[in-house]
Design a binder for this molecule. Structure first.
Ligand code: ADP
Length: 279
């Protein structure tokens, strides 16, 4: 835009129109949660997807937005074959997974799961803004966004496009993961994004034979992080082999019915803490 900030070029007007559409869509959505992590492989996408599944199973209306543009894994976790849904002229709806859960991912546009997306910043920023402006999410209680690890263009674009977004930062108990999470927390503070809290994933393994908890990746990492960085520790999710198996087979939703698993109790406590985080 020009120096006096008045729109003057067609691109300025286009951007203003997009801002208007973004505002219109976001007003219909209750809470917006950005799931972040310092490192890859800590279970961030799994937390985003399972949180969305479990919230929707509790009756909340949920949208799941995959902004991990280079490594979208949400469609795989839930075996989503469908793409965006066209409803009348110009109305694009996210893919319906169930009555209460709709999903949008770049993979739905690219089609080929093995295709490499080679995009620089401006393209990524534009794609994420369009995911929010051009897709009709409708009335939702939650929009959960899965961002790639680190503090790059994707979380920054979400922070700037959705000023009321709350960050849920996923870590594992080891120091190597915690060190990068501290960066994620500082990133949130720098860009003024509210921090909902930290989730310690892969937080011990309950031995199926003796029932004892084995802290495979160390103990107390999440608690130490919560104290030193002054952020709430919202949950500790144990290692659950069934979760890996179901996620690998695109059946993560099948875990919902396995009430006997401790991982589900841990997720319920996490959800209670997330719901309280609104107070
Ligand atoms: P990220 O998004 O951080 O790269 P993913 O969500 O892709 O990580 O998870 C990495 C791997 O860890 C996957 O195989 C996933 O099934 C597994 N995983 C995630 N959370 C758990 C858990 N609580 N217990 C066991 N395996 C898990």
């Amino acid at each position: 835009m020009s120096n006096d900030d008045k729109p003057s070029t067609p691109a300025d007007f286009e951007r203003l129109e997009q801002d208007r559409l973004i505002g219109e869509n976001l007003r219909k959505i209750g809470r917006k949660i950005l799931v972040m992590s310092g490192k890859g492989g800590v279970g961030k996408s799994t937390v985003a997807a399972y949180l969305a599944l479990r919230l929707s199973a509790r009756g909340h209306r949920v949208g799941l937005l995959d902004v991990d543009l280079h490594g979208p894994s949400i469609p795989h976790l839930m075996d989503l074959q469908g793409g965006f849904e066209m409803e009348g002229e110009g109305v694009v709806r996210p893919c319906a997974f169930s009555e209460n859960l709709r999903v949008a991912s770049l993979e739905m546009l690219v089609g080929d799961r093995d295709a490499a997306v080679i995009w620089r910043g401006p393209l990524k920023i534009s794609a994420i803004r369009q995911f929010i402006s051009d897709i009709t999410w409708g009335e939702l209680d939650f929009l959960i966004a899965d961002s790639p690890p680190g503090t790059g263009d994707e979380p920054l674009t979400v922070a700037q496009t959705i000023p009321e977004a709350e960050a849920l930062v996923v870590t594992t108990p080891q120091e190597i993961s915690l060190a990068d999470v501290r960066k994620s927390i500082n990133f949130c503070r720098q860009v003024g994004m509210k921090i909902l809290g930290v989730v310690e994933n892969m937080s011990g393994f309950n031995c199926p034979h003796c029932g004892k908890k084995i802290n495979l990746f160390g103990e107390g990492g999440g608690e130490r992080l919560s104290k030193t960085m002054k952020v709430p520790l919202l949950g500790q999710i144990p290692i659950e082999p069934k979760m890996v198996e179901l996620a690998d087979n695109g059946k993560l939703d099948a875990l919902l019915a396995m009430d006997e698993l401790e991982v589900n109790h841990a997720y319920d406590r996490l959800i209670d803490a997330v719901l309280k985080g609104n107070a």
